[in-house]
Every structure is written in structure tokens, then in C-alpha cells.
Design a protein around this ligand. Sequence first.
Ligand SMILES: NC(=O)c1ccc[n+]([C@@H]2O[C@H](COP(=O)([O-])OP(=O)(O)OC[C@H]3O[C@@H](n4cnc5c(N)ncnc54)[C@H](OP(=O)(O)O)[C@@H]3O)[C@@H](O)[C@H]2O)c1
Length: 296
Amino acid sequence: MLWLIGNSGMLGSAVEKILLNEKLQYWATGREADITDYRQIERFSKNKEIAWVINCSGYTQVDKAEAEPERAFQTNRNGVHNIAQFCLKKKCKLIHISTDYVFNGKKKLYEPYSEVDEPDPINIYGKSKLAGEGEIKKLLNDYFIIRTSWLYGSNYSNFVTTMLKLFKEKDTVQVVNDQWGSPTYTVDLARVIIKIVKDNVRQYGVYHFANEGAIAWYGFAQEIYEQAKRLGLIENKKEVKIVPVKTEEYKIAVAKRPKNSILSKEKIKQTFNLGIRPWNEALGDYLNEFPFREKN
Ligand SMILES: NC(=O)c1ccc[n+]([C@@H]2O[C@H](COP(=O)([O-])OP(=O)(O)OC[C@H]3O[C@@H](n4cnc5c(N)ncnc54)[C@H](OP(=O)(O)O)[C@@H]3O)[C@@H](O)[C@H]2O)c1
């Protein structure tokens, strides 16, 4: 059986949807099995046969982490240590999700980061996630760490939902134009996670996954606007001016963010014989399926 940790989150809920659709047997937990408390992990798993653990949980508030590093580390390092400890004891395989923010972003623009590039996080969130990766590597051999980037999906608050809200409410929206990455639809990543389990893949290690292509947040916002207009998610008469700004001009963000966090997908594509679709195509699917669309 499989244990999905963090099923109440944005990615976890996408994974659970596929598990349900494919009628795979699993257990799923959110906060009721707090990963920072090993006794809760043991209590939940008592008398259960578990072969795979998929960890989609995490402390994910990048800006807030700067003010509460101990909470970020408690979940992203200590909690992950507990999960790895559990996997070691029960001899189960682990799929764990990490982030593009383990890199400092100083690589030349458009040059993607591969799995052999040296991490060097520049914010607390990235540091705590890298520490979690370290705990797994210290304890386990049978693990997949999948680093991903710029996730959006389902009805969770994310960059796409934020933009849609702003496009409805404002006439002008400022968006950062000097941070590059690859937007990733949770459904596409969830499919890969389930493929690894179903194919019982054994090429363990660190992998990068994101939708194909790269863009700055500003370009991502422009594409959301254009697609949303075409789909009637924004009133036809409403024109919104999207203004590109530099990171330094965008005062709301507290945490530093890498300028380039484009991930190379070559390893995961080759190892698992995967095709990955472009980010703008995946965005189209998301906007089409968006559960809260109000027709104007
Ligand atoms: N979002 C992104 O853009 C992005 C980018 C790269 C990598 N990632 C990584 O991808 C993974 C999934 O991200 P996401 O955006 O789906 O995150 P999310 O929506 O914030 O979900 C995280 C989940 O973890 C749960 N959780 C937090 N602390 C926990 C604890 N101590 N014990 C048990 N569960 C706990 C949360 O429960 P509550 O709902 O109760 O808080 C929530 O269900 C994370 O590892 C994240 O670091 C995300």
C-alpha cells in the first residue's frame, strides 16, 4: 500500500485525485499525522503494510519563513527526517518533493539547473528544503527527491488564481520581470509521481520536474491574461495593463528569490521515457477546468 502525506495541500490533492481515479489503494493524511512528531507517524502507520510513502507536505510560505525560520525547519527538515526514519525502519520507498529554490539563481539566464548543480539557497524556505533533502540522503537509498517549481493547481491560492483575482479587481497590475522559471501544473507532476509508483521504478535519486519552457513572472501573467480573456474568465470590455517591474521595485516580497530557477528536465525525461508538455498548454487545461470560473 501507499501512504500519501499532505493530501490536503495543492499538490497532494492532485495526487489523491489520480489515486482515486485509478482505483489504487492508499492511505492519506494531513495534519492528523503531524510529521514533526514521530509518535504520530508511528501511531498512524501501526498495523499497516506500507511499501511507498509520497510526501507532498511541507512548510511552503516562502516570505513568512523569513520571520519564523524555526517553524520552516521544524517541518521541512525535522519532519522530513521523521519520514525518512520511518521509511528506513519499515523499508519503504520514498517520493519527496523539493524545490527550485534550493539554487541561488546566479546561473546565466536561460541556462537550466541540472541535478548535478550545487544547491546554494538564498532564503530560509530554500535552506529548510535543502536540509530536508540532506536528511533523506543521510538515511535512505531508496528515495526519489523531485525538485519542482512555480506550482499551480486546483482551487488553492497560487499565482494563477492571484492574477485572475487582480485582473478582475484592478486596472493596472505590476509583475516582476527579472525572475525566470518554469510554471508547473500540479496534475502533470502528480501523473509522474504515480507513474514512478506504478512502474515500480528503481532508478533512485534526485530529479527535476517542471512543465517545458521558461518564462518570467511577467510573461506568465501576460499569458494568463490572454488565455483567461479568450475563455471569458475576464470581462470582455475590461482592459488590464500589466506592468513589468524589477525585483527591487516590488516591495511586497520579503524573501530573496533566485533570478534564474529554470530546471533541466533531461534526466527525468530520459530515465522514465517521459514527454513533458509546455507550460502554456498545461495552463490552458487548468484555466479550462478551473472550478470557480464565473462566466461574464
Ligand atoms: N507551491 C509551489 O510553488 C512549490 C514550488 C516548488 C516546490 N514545492 C514543494 O511541493 C510540495 C507541495 O507544495 P504545495 O504547494 O502543494 O504545498 P501546500 O499546498 O502548502 O500543502 C502543504 C501541505 O502540507 C501540510 N503540512 C504542513 N505541515 C505539516 C505537518 N507538520 N504535518 C503534516 N502535514 C503538514 C499542509 O497542511 P495544512 O493545510 O494543514 O497547512 C498542507 O496540506 C512542498 O514540498 C513544496 O515545498 C512547491
